[in-house]
Design a protein around this ligand. Sequence first.
Ligand code: FAD
Ligand code: AMP
Length: 481
Amino acid sequence: MSQKIDVVVIGAGPGGYVAAIKAAQLGLSTVCIEKYTNEEGRLALGGTCLNVGCIPSKALLDSSRKFYEARDSFAIHGISHTSIAIDVPAMVGRKANIIKSLTFGVTALFKANGVVSIQGHGKLISGKKVEITKPDGSVKVIEADNIVLAPGSRPISIPLAIIDHNVIVDSTDALEFQTIPKRLGVLGAGAIGLELGSVWCRLGARVTILEAMDTFLMTADAAVSQEAYKALTEQGLDIRLGARVVSLTVNDKEVIVTYTDQEGKQTIIFDKLIVAVGRSPMTIDLLASDSGVNIDDRGFIQVDDYCATTVPGVYAIGDVVRGMMLAHKASEEGIMVVERIKGHKTKINYDLIPSIIYTHPEIAWVGKNEQQLKAKGAKVNVGIFPFIASGRAIAANDTHGFVKVIADVKTDRVLGVHVIGSSAAELVQQGAIGMEFGTSAEDLSKIVFPHPTLSEALHEAALAVNGGAIHIANRNKLQAK
Ligand code: FAD
Ligand code: AMP
């Protein structure tokens, strides 16, 4: 390939592959470079999300949830069974098949859209060129008018807990356990730690989560994090806050963890310890020293609001740049960058990116929480509707949690929607759509919601903002109009 390419993308995760497809759709000649190979040694597109992140974790969450329900909550429906068992290799095998079909799907989409995929390690060198080192060691350089860096992130490792992929493991290893660990430790009570802890806890592992912070789920609305703590603890997750690990001793089969908390020094032994203390941007051997692209002091590639780096024509998107490490954020950045290359004025509303934790109850929110708003001096009305009052939730025997809508006192504009409960992510997205169009709580409350649905809880919470909920007693006084 000697000609100049319109767009070269490094990395085929949800940032890179979406950018590449959109670029090709817009008529730009597009090459996407990816180095990841699966256990069969074959190039697998889709990045962290499809191979070792969003999708595999959700596959195991769904399987383990079915097992948990069959074991613990079928009786109330009148369903009985004499025995129930989980075949862990079959469960993990199902997950592997899902990954295979989805990563193959991205390859097919590349073909259908005319994206050229090259297997190898990509590196930005000066003069808007990319050096590709192929698996056989050969090196090729291609020149592009535009380069999109989408190399993603990798798990943070901490010096105290070196990953040995046996006893001390990372999130990728924890998606591959072939047996249920009896005593499972998790370092970090973020989204990844809680999701993986939930999977193995539902299957019977005794799970202890050690979280360094004193507050649980600091970025969530306080009412949501309190409810989440209660629900997850009831399910058997032993979440220990303010736990600072001071030493780890590993032998072949177990790890002895010493940590300090409010009560002093504690020791606990695990068969496996998942380190889930966050992820760091992946920039190893990505940029030649004279590439001109800057990295900030936390290791992220520096970009402006439109993902442009300091080098004209070079962009960076997804986990490697500031902001939340989420697949949907990476994909939207990919689309924004490519549309801007084509001359459109596309922007992302970074204030309305939904956050989700796929535990059960699920946790999701969009916009600001009550604490953030009050800290800024905002005057807000809050409407809460608990699922215990939802006919659909009661029919499903799944009544944990609530919907909380927060609106400005003066304008009634919705500033945040926070949900803990079944299908929280789907409900929050309804709020996000409204918020994108500047909805007021009253607007939301005047939309007809189907009955019986969980989404009626959003309707009722919006009504409750101004004291008009029908199916609960209102805490706010009705704003008569
Ligand atoms: P990635 O998906 O990391 O893709 C980057 C790709 O670039 C990789 O394939 C890598 O091999 C390749 N690459 C890197 N460097 C080079 C190079 N020099 N040359 C060639 N190729 C290169 N997010 C959600 O939104 N929802 C979830 O439910 C969710 N669950 C998660 C669960 C787990 C266990 C984990 C680990 C993450 C989860 N995430 C979730 C986060 C999500 O996976 C990431 O935010 C998302 O994948 C980031 O997309 P990206 O395109 O920036 O990078
Ligand atoms: P996230 O950034 O959402 O993936 O969550 C990672 C979680 O790990 C956060 O809640 C951090 O407070 C927590 N964390 C970070 N370092 C440690 C550590 N050394 N021990 C326990 N928890 C940690």
